[in-house]
Design a binder for this molecule. Structure first.
Ligand code: SF4
Length: 411
């Protein structure tokens, strides 16, 4: 909690993303998945592959209403869609970056090469200890799963020029492992571009709210993403940051997205660092992110989502030429110059992102990510992907209100 007082949103760069102009948009060609991850917010449905026509219509909606740099192709697991190559090709042909969000289970080298030919720009692999992975990964903890992460990162590196990201859900008992994963990412900064840690959220019995679809009260146990047992669902980005700083005291975020109900909450908290495998030169500051977003928007017309591995390996040039613009770069450049022989080594940029999904205010208001990047299309409308099941099941996003004793009786 102490970290919350030391982090000021006024000293960070507020990412400029909004509903109409965003770095990312979220396409779900299927709800079918070959794993059942704890905390997944999508109902796993076998016969849920969308047709190519439906996928195209959803892409048309994005392109008509939302300026975007990439399309995150998610689900379900998108690799299970029989026409995933055509979908990737279609997105690429529209001038957008196709990014596959997958658990990786269905991936092999031949499939990866075909996806590369189709135009895939990057992968985000969801790997964590609550996915019920089969075979040798069964029962492995977060740290032991680094071996699997490395397998995927090496597959991408072998094919070349594919952005490589990992995400994992953070639970009360796995929060302790985050620093070790951040260290692992440092050791592989040459082939791991981004690490994303997403705090676990669920509807749980200890929530002091009543739930409503429009004016109709609904039982919390009927909401698809709920747990019968009490669990911790209020981990904040700042809690993750505090854990990481216990091991890496210099770890310094640069940018954020606030909550719709709370300006100084860090729904997306972004840290950018530069270094070589096993050594971080430093943490780039808010002005660097602002420069990147502004220049990219000016030059390409979109806010940057994923950068290519080639661009990320320009860390050394970034430090040597952009130091006048950002104090974080100046500190990192000074560290680089302290060991001049490292000037001959290629340095890399790496993003570490903490995400804190929906927060509940005491009075029942729900604080979402302001400028949500993971907006998807449902019935022709742009909606939050993390709460899509509410629309499917109840026809509306659920509202919450503080429980009032005896209210049911009066109603
Ligand atoms: S509002 Fe939900 S879907 Fe959007 S970025 Fe936040 S967690 Fe993701």
């Amino acid at each position: 909690m102490a970290e919350q007082t030391t982090l000021s949103n006024r000293s960070l760069y507020r990412l400029p993303w909004n509903l109409a102009d965003n770095a990312i948009s979220w396409l779900e060609p299927t709800s079918f998945c070959n794993l059942a991850c704890d905390g997944c917010y999508r109902d796993n449905q076998k016969d849920s592959h969308k047709s190519l026509d439906e996928v195209e219509r959803e892409l048309d909606v994005f392109q008509a209403r939302r300026n975007t740099d990439c399309i995150s192709i998610a689900g379900g697991d998108p690799l299970l869609h029989p026409q995933i190559l055509e979908i990737v090709r279609d997105i690429k042909s529209r001038g957008l970056k196709p990014i596959l969000n997958t658990n990786g289970l269905a991936l092999n080298m031949d499939f990866l090469r075909d996806l590369k030919k189709a135009g895939v720009y990057g992968f985000t692999f969801h790997v964590d200890s609550r996915q019920g992975r089969p075979g040798k990964w069964r029962g492995k903890n977060e740290i032991e799963l680094n071996e699997l992460r490395l397998e995927y990162a090496r597959m991408l590196a072998d094919v070349g020029e594919i952005a490589c990201s990992f995400n994992s859900t953070v639970y009360e008992d796995t929060l302790q492992h985050v620093p070790e994963l951040v260290r692992w990412a440092e050791q592989h900064i040459d082939i791991v571009n981004t690490m994303v840690f997403i705090a676990f959220r669920h509807v749980v019995p200890q929530m002091p709210f009543d739930w409503f679809a429009g004016g109709r009260k609904v039982q919390w146990q009927t909401i698809p993403y709920h747990s019968e047992a009490e669990r911790r669902v209020d981990i904040l980005s700042t809690d993750v940051l505090a854990r990481v700083r216990e091991v890496f005291p210099d770890f310094t975020p640069a940018a954020y997205l606030n909550g719709t109900e709370k300006a100084d909450s860090y729904k997306w908290l972004l840290t950018e660092r530069a270094g070589i495998p096993g050594r971080i030169y430093g943490y780039l500051g808010p002005k660097f992110i602002e420069l990147v977003m502004s220049v990219h928007h000016y030059a390409k017309g979109t806010y940057l989502s994923y950068a290519s591995p080639a661009a990320r390996s320009l860390g050394r040039l970034t430090l040597l030429f952009l130091w006048p613009f950002d104090s974080g770069i100046r500190r990192a450049a000074a560290n680089l110059l302290r060991r001049p022989w490292n000037l001959f080594r290629r340095a890399h940029l790496q993003t570490i992102l903490f995400i804190q999904p929906v927060d509940f205010m005491q009075d029942g208001r729900q604080s979402m990510c302001d400028g949500c990047p993971d907006i998807t299309v449902h019935n022709g409308e742009l909606v939050w992907s993390c709460r899509l099941e509410e629309l499917k099941q109840f026809g509306a996003f659920l509202r919450t209100a503080e429980k009032v004793a005896g209210a049911d009786v009066q109603a």
